[in-house]
Structure formats: structure tokens, C-alpha cells
Design a protein around this ligand. Structure first.
Ligand code: G6P
Length: 624
């Protein structure tokens, strides 16, 4: 969703804000803005631009060198529109009517209409259609009433608000003061040397090059930030809160494209390495050559996990597809019933959750609002919440009772790639370890799957070597307006994921289907124009998939097949073929999804689209 940055200290603030906004641009990118002030400057200066952060940067660069150094306090925002179209007027920061306060906001104020009517009654007028402008005016209302105590005014205003927010507010009268607050939308404060300066971000990405000491604000907390003083935190009920300073460790090189034209391609190619990282210290080869799996989450919560007779996986988007694979893994290996739910549906459905159930929340960002709400619901009903998350220190990681980080590093590309394979890797390790503890898997099977799992990174490299092939064949498909993706068993969620990837970045309508279901509807769409991606690797459903492909073939559909190395039968039926090395059924998605990712990537590049920042999408969806 939107990205927030802030800085207060002695340095020139605009380069810090612009750089931070670039780093957060993956979160939302329809407009951006900054508000600047400083002791040596006059008042608050606001710059805004529609579109990318680069447009804002061009405007801010027109500042004279003197002005640049005079501005030492500032807030910035990159927006993903929720209320009001993307425009300069609706872009953040928003000023109060008298220009005394400036505010940036992530989230949604649900009762903003009601608050707006009240404020109009008090004489306030509004320039934008946003809920955010209502919030800054509301804060101003209390600010004017209470003798200009900003932190108190923020507190009073937030007590009237229903909704989700991460905000940073600055005041004209005191450029040495920022106030930040959050509820259901993340906010991190980075602490400079001896509290001389502070950095604020909606995640830790823009802070890590300056400091590793951070405070993750908790829900309903308000931080009072002044240079050279320790941060003070109060709760919405005005009680004071403990300040927990944490160390954050993000590899800065992961934030650059490392020679690749796009983050997405870099992240696709990182996967062999990421999967190794994900398994490091967890899949262990003993001296006797046998494998064991060590997961601290399992060690600590073994009794509860073993007792579970029902697992519910909650997630959104790509993470939900990983959940569908997780269901097959857990059911097959552990013989425990698993349901996979869209978090957004689960949270409002009054679902049956028993005390002994385990709810697994899967999320790349760890900030998805619906998944977070699903966790809250599960906890209220007494279930154990197990997080499978990439975002270290994220809201979901902290809300879960226990869990496993996927450890694939920051994912910047708008379309999720390495997080997906990381999630499947973790789900495989979890299933294996749990099955071992439950005694539902034989030692031979366990060892065989472990042996194959550690081979996956090398086999991924083999698939990635066919990048040129996928690039070449993608030329033949850029014309298409519809795609169908078919797969069965473990490849069915891969078909869904392939279709999602294509939709997200190439804007071609695509549907994923269980191959056998095709004849119950989608077959009506098949003609010679329609590319059909068939996942036809050699598994127990291979021959069934071939029959499904014959149905397509006899209707002149154009088949692109993903096959196991050496397959001749499917080659004769398909126009295009991409081979993947043989592996066990349950590990197939880790290989078969790679051509899906590459295909979506190359089609989007050929169409001249912005691969890393697809239109209308946000990387981290912190509103419901
Ligand atoms: C957004 C992203 C998707 C992601 C989904 C769930 O829609 O664009 O790539 O799969 O959110 O996000 P999460 O961070 O919870 O995995």
C-alpha cells in the first residue's frame, strides 16, 4: 500500500526523503509528495507530483542549495489511491486549512464522512476528496483548542477515528518535532547516533542504511519525536508505553537490481539461492548421511501442533496459492485435515475454529490487513497461530504465536516470485517435520523427500537456463487477450499462480483451472487464438493431463506445455515446450512455477509494461 518516510535531525532532509520514497515506491505509486521544514527555513513547504517518485524528485531538485540545507525536518509519502483519484490534490502530505500542520497517512479512516460533516460545521473547508485531509483537520481542531500541544491533539483526534492508520504529523510552529502513530498499519522509527536524528518508515527498508536500531510502533501507540531526546511513546488512553528498541538486519544489496533490468527478473534468478537460505540450518545432513529437520517453532510448540486435528491456512494472493500447495503437503504427509481460506472471507464468515486448531497465516510482507485480521480472529477463538512470513519484524510475524520466516530477503518486484517458492519450501519442511513427529511418514519417505529437497536449488538453475527459450516463445504470445492455465494435483495451484502472474504484470486476462474442470466451462473459450499453458510434468496424473490436452488439441488451442525432461509424448502435442528436471510430485511446484514466472515477465517486457510496478497493484496491502 502507500509508503511513508520521515526524518528529523541536522541533515538536509529532501535527499533522504526522496531516496526513501524510491525504496518504498514498490508499495504504491500513483502520486507522491513531501513536506519540508527546518529551524532555518520559513514554515512548511509542500511539493507533490502525480505519477512516479521521479516526477516529485524533479520538482524538489528545483530547490536552491540554501533551501536544501535549511530543510532538516520532513515527511514524505508515495500513494496508492483509496479515496479520491490519483492527483496532486489528493496526494499526501495534506495540510490543515491554516497550513499549521502537515500529515502523511497510510490506511483508511472509515468514519471520515461523519467527521468531515462535523468539521464543516466548525468552519473547516476541504480541498481534496481524501480521508487523510479530514484527519489532519481533525487534529488541527484539537490542536487549536488545547493550546497547540501536538501530541495531545493527535491523541484526541485518534480517539475519534474508526479505521486503520499509520501517520506522521509535523507542525509549523516547531520544526523540531514530529508525532507518529499507528493502528493496523505498520510504522517503524529508526534511531540515529545518540538520538541526534530519527528516521521514520512504513517499513524498515528506507532506514537500514542509516541505522539498525529501530522501534516498531505497536497498535494504538503515539510517538513523540524530538532530536536529541529519547522517543516518548504513549498509548491512546494516554498511559505511557515501554519503548522497545530492536536490531534490524536487512542486506542493503538486496535493495538494488544487481545488474538485472528489473527487480522481478533478479528475484526470479535469486530463487535457487533463496531456497538454500530458507533451508539453511533447518534441513540438516548428519554425519551418517541421513537428514533431519530442525525447526525451532516446532520444538517449542510441538505438543500443540501434534494435537491439532484441523489446520486452517489463511492468506491472500500468491500466498494463498502457496497455501493450496501447503494443504496437499500437510494432508499427504501428516494426515491432518487442512482448509485454505482467503483471509478476507475468513475474517467475516464466522468460521468454526476450535481451541486445538492451528491457523497458519502465510504472508510475504507480513502486513496484509486481511491476514492480520484473520489472525486476530483465530487468536480470540483460542487457536494457535503459526506465521509463515518473509517480512522480519512485520506485524504478522509479531502477532503470530510462533512461526517460521521464509528468509528469502526483501522482495521488491510488484509480482511475488521468490516469496512463493520460499513459502512452499517452508511448508514442505514443516510438513516433513510434523509428519516425522506424528509418525505419519516412513523414515524412507522422509529421507527421500529431504534428499530431493536439497537438490531443488540445482534443479532450479537448470530451469532458469531456459530463460532464452521462454523469452523467444513469449514473442508468440504477446498478441493474446486471454490465456488458460491448466494443471492438476500439485500443479493446480501452480496453474493459478501462473495465471495470476500474467494478469498482474502483462494485463492479459488469464484463468487457472484444474485441467479436468476445463470441460465444464472454459473449453467453450478454446479456439486457435487461445494460448493454453498445460502443466504436464510426469506425475501420477500425467496421463490424465494428456487426455485433457487432447481435448484442447482437437479444438485447435495453442499449447505451451511444461514437461519433465525427456518427455516426447507431450512434445508431439504442443506448439511450445519448456522442460523441467524430474523430481518428486510434492516438490514439482518449486520447479514448474519458474517457467510461469519467466513467461509472465517476458510477455510484459515485450508489451513495454512496467514490470516491477504494475498499474493499480500494491505490494503490501495494508487496507482491507
Ligand atoms: C498483494 C500483492 C501480492 C501478494 C498479496 C498478499 O496483492 O500484490 O503479490 O501475493 O498482496 O500479500 P502478502 O504480503 O500477504 O503475501
Amino acid at each position: 500500500m502507500c509508503g511513508i518516510v520521515g526524518y528529523i535531525g541536522k541533515q538536509s532532509v529532501s535527499p533522504i526523503l526522496i531516496k526513501g520514497l524510491h525504496q518504498l515506491e514498490y508499495r504504491g505509486y500513483d502520486s507522491a509528495g513531501v513536506a519540508l521544514s527546518g529551524e532555518a527555513a520559513e514554515g512548511i513547504r509542500v511539493y507533490k507530483a502525480k505519477g512516479k517518485v521521479a516526477n516529485l524528485e524533479a520538482k524538489v531538485e528545483t530547490l536552491s542549495p540554501e533551501a536544501q540545507t535549511a530543510f532538516t525536518t520532513g515527511i514524505g509519502h508515495t500513494r496508492w489511491a483509496t479515496h479520491g483519484e490519483p492527483s496532486e490534490t489528493n496526494a499526501h502530505p495534506h495540510l490543515s486549512m491554516n497550513g499549521e500542520l502537515a500529515l502523511v497517512h497510510n490506511g483508511i479512516i472509515e468514519n471520515y464522512q461523519l467527521l468531515k460533516e462535523q468539521l464543516v460545521g466548525y468552519g473547516y473547508t476541504f480541498k481534496s476528496q481524501t480521508d487523510t485531509e479530514v484527519l489532519v483537520q481533525l487534529i488541527d481542531y484539537f490542536y487549536q483548542k488545547n493550546g497547540k500541544q501536538l501530541t495531545k491533539a493527535v491523541n484526541q483526534a485518534l480517539n475519534k477515528v474508526i479505521g486503520a492508520y499509520a501517520i506522521v504529523v509535523m507542525e509549523r510552529e516547531n520544526p523540531n518535532h514530529l508525532v507518529a502513530a499507528r493502528k493496523a498499519s505498520p510504522l517503524v522509527i529508526g534511531i540515529g547516533e545518540q538520538n541526534a536524528e530519527f528516521f521514520i518508515g512504513s517499513d524498515a527498508t528506507p532506514l537500514v542504511e542509516y541505522t539498525h536500531k529501530v522501534i516498531y510502533l505497536e497498535d494504538e501507540q503515539i510517538a513523540d519525536i524530538r532530536p536529541s531526546e529519547a522517543v516518548e511513546i504513549i498509548n491512546l488512553d494516554e498511559s505511557s508505553a515501554n519503548v522497545n528498541i530492536k536490531d534490524v538486519d536487512i542486506d542493503i544489496s538486496a535493495l538494488s537490481k544487481g545488474g538485472f533490468p528489473h527487480f522481478m527478473l533478479k528475484e526470479i534468478f535469486e530463487q535457487p539461492h533463496c531456497i538454500e537460505n530458507s533451508m539453511r540450518g533447518r534441513v540438516i545432513r548428519r554425519e551418517d548421511g541421513l537428514y533431519e529437520i530442525k525447526l525451532s517453532a516446532l520444538a517449542h510448540f510441538k505438543a500443540k501442533l501434534i494435537r491439532a486435528r484441523h489446520v486452517i491456512i489463511v492468506a491472500c494472493g500468491t500466498s494463498w496459492h502457496a497455501g493450496l500447495i501447503g494443504k496437499q503437503l500437510i494432508e499427504e504427509m501428516c494426515r491432518i485435515r487442512v482448509e485454505v481460506e482467503y483471509a478476507s472471507e475468513f475474517r467475516y464468515r464466522n468460521p468454526v475454529i476450535e481451541k486445538d486448531d492451528v491457523v497458519i497465516a502465510i504472508s510475504q510482507s507480513g502486513e496484509t490487513a486481511d491476514t492480520l485480521a484473520a489472525i486476530q480472529l483465530a487468536k480470540e477463538q483460542g487457536a494457535l497461530v503459526f506465521g509463515i512470513v518473509n517480512g522480519v519484524g512485520s506485524s504478522i510475524a509479531r502477532a503470530a504465536d510462533t512461526g517460521i520466516y521464509i528468509h528469502v530477503g526483501p522482495e521488491i518486484g510488484g509480482a511475488s516470485t521468490k516469496a512463493f517458492t520460499g513459502q512452499i519450501t517452508v511448508l514442505t519442511m514443516l510438513s516433513l517435520a510434523l509428519a516425522n513427529a506424528l509418525g505419519t511418514i516412513s523414515e524412507e519417505q522422509f529421507q527421500e523427500i529431504c534428499r530431493e529437497l536439497v537438490e531443488i536449488p540445482a534443479k532450479m538453475e537448470v530451469v532458469l537456463k531456459q530463460n532464452d527459450t521462454v523469452e523467444r516463445l513469449s514473442n508468440r504470445f504477446t498478441y493474446a487477450r486471454n490465456f488458460l492455465y491448466l494443471g492438476r494435483g500439485y500443479n493446480y495451484p501452480v496453474a493459478l499462480e501462473g495465471a495470476l502472474k500474467l494478469k498482474e504484470i502483462s494485463y492479459i486476462h488469464a484463468e487457472g483451472y484444474p485441467a479436468a474442470e476445463m470441460k465444464h466451462g472454459p473449453i467453450a473459450l478454446v479456439d486457435k487464438e487461445m494460448p493454453i499453458v498445460c502443466l504436464a510434468t510426469r506425475d501420477q496424473l500425467y496421463h490424465k493431463v494428456i487426455s485433457n490436452m487432447q481435448e484442447v488439441q482437437s479444438r485447435n488451442g495453442r499449447i505451451l506445455a511444461i514437461v519433465t525432461e525427456g518427455d516426447e509424448q507431450v512434445k508431439r502435442m504442443a506448439q511450445e515446450v519448456v522442460e523441467v528436471p524430474a523430481t518428486l510430485n510434492c516438490l514439482t511446484p518449486l520447479l514448474s512455477v519458474l517457467p510461469m514466472q519467466l513467461l509472465a515477465y517476458h510477455v510484459a517486457v515485450k508489451k513495454g509494461l512496467n514490470v516491477d510496478m504494475p498499474r493499480n497493484l500494491a505490494k503490501s496491502v495494508t487496507v482491507e
